[in-house]
Design a protein. Structure first.
Length: 319
């Protein structure tokens, strides 16, 4: 720790910089190495973790407004007064119709999500835990309702404050690289944004810490995550360049914004044997490269430069 390189990962001792763009560097990811991780609401320990997120999704999300609609689906409800009464007892009475309605929505997005996962698989994501995680996290709940129809396209979408939700393929790739088939205990994400990647991480790691420097986004992430009732995510508002010393060391660190280097504090908070994945480079000229840093020893890191990517900038301080 004390002899650690003063600068960034760029100064790492053994460096193995070969820029190979697309090849999803298959880690030793064996589906069999399945960690018995996640909580969420743990259905059956092993099988596709489908149920956990779904239940809360049906139960709470955008239900209440429609409680009057009882059984008749879309109709403007013949007796407008009907809305007044049941509303008073909303908690007990509105449950069934809302569940049905949201259940239908959930099924639709589930199918679209499955197609997204098939595309991820076709494009080289092999870690079954990551694929499962991508198939249970409802990405449409992390974007503006107006963009929900695009939620399962492989595109970054605006989330306000000049920031974006990362592309599904990039989220999957970063998590797969960070995990490398290992069971993950303690993971740190820098750049919570709307909270999507943290939700995906929560399905493959035991404990997820995520830091965001823009307060309204941190709040938004909290709001987005609440209905999913994910017990193993800790959100922090602050400058992620400083990491989270109190929760270190981390088996994996994922940085969701591009800096010119990897902050030294984060290198120090990586466990020995841990892996950090980050876009490194400037906005100009699309020169960012997804970079993997492995900590080999107390003062030894190895850096590999992988895919060309484009991320919003990693900034200092908080707003
Ligand atoms: N993880 C998100 C991606 C959000 S975009 C997802 O799930 O899609 C990257 C986020 O990093 C932005 O919200 C930005 O505000 C944040 N960010 C940039 N610099 C940061 C810093 N130093 N500390 C914490 N967050 C930072």
């Amino acid at each position: 720790m004390k002899n650690s390189p003063p600068g960034s990962a760029g100064k790492s001792q053994s460096r193995q910089a070969n820029a190979q763009t697309a090849a999803p560097a298959k880690p030793q990811a064996r589906p069999s190495a399945a960690t018995p991780p996640k909580p969420l609401a743990a259905p059956s320990a092993k099988a596709p973790v489908k149920a956990p997120l779904q239940a809360p999704l049906n139960a709470s999300v955008k239900a209440p407004a429609r409680s009057a609609a009882q059984n008749s689906t879309a109709r403007p409800s013949p007796q407008p007064a009907a809305s007044a009464k049941p509303a008073a007892r909303a908690t007990e009475r509105s449950a069934a119709p809302n569940v049905a309605l949201n259940g239908a929505l959930a099924l639709t997005s589930e199918r679209v999500r499955e197609r997204m996962v098939e595309r991820l698989r076709a494009n080289g994501v092999t870690d079954q835990r990551v694929l499962n995680a991508m198939s249970v996290v409802p990405r449409h709940m992390f974007v503006d309702p107006g963009l929900a129809a695009q939620a399962y396209e492989d595109a970054a979408l605006p989330i306000g404050h000049h920031q974006t939700i990362s592309k599904p393929s990039v989220v999957a790739r970063m998590i797969e690289l960070a995990a490398a088939g290992r069971a993950l205990n303690n993971v740190l994400e820098i750049g919570t944004g709307c909270g999507y990647q943290a939700a995906v991480l929560s399905q493959v790691a035991r404990e997820v810490y995520s830091i965001e420097r823009i307060r309204p986004l941190s709040e938004r992430a909290k709001t987005n995550l609440r209905p999913l009732r994910i017990p193993n995510i800790r959100l922090h508002y602050g400058d992620g360049r400083l990491g989270l010393p109190s929760a270190a060391p981390f088996d994996a660190i994922v940085i969701a914004a591009a800096g010119l280097d990897v902050p030294q504090a984060l290198l120090e908070q990586l466990a020995i044997g841990g892996r950090l994945v980050a876009p490194v480079g400037s906005q100009e000229g699309q020169s960012q490269v997804l970079t993997l840093v492995e900590r080999l020893g107390p003062a030894q890191w190895r850096e590999s430069r992988l895919d060309r990517v484009f991320f919003v900038p990693l900034k200092s301080g908080v707003i």
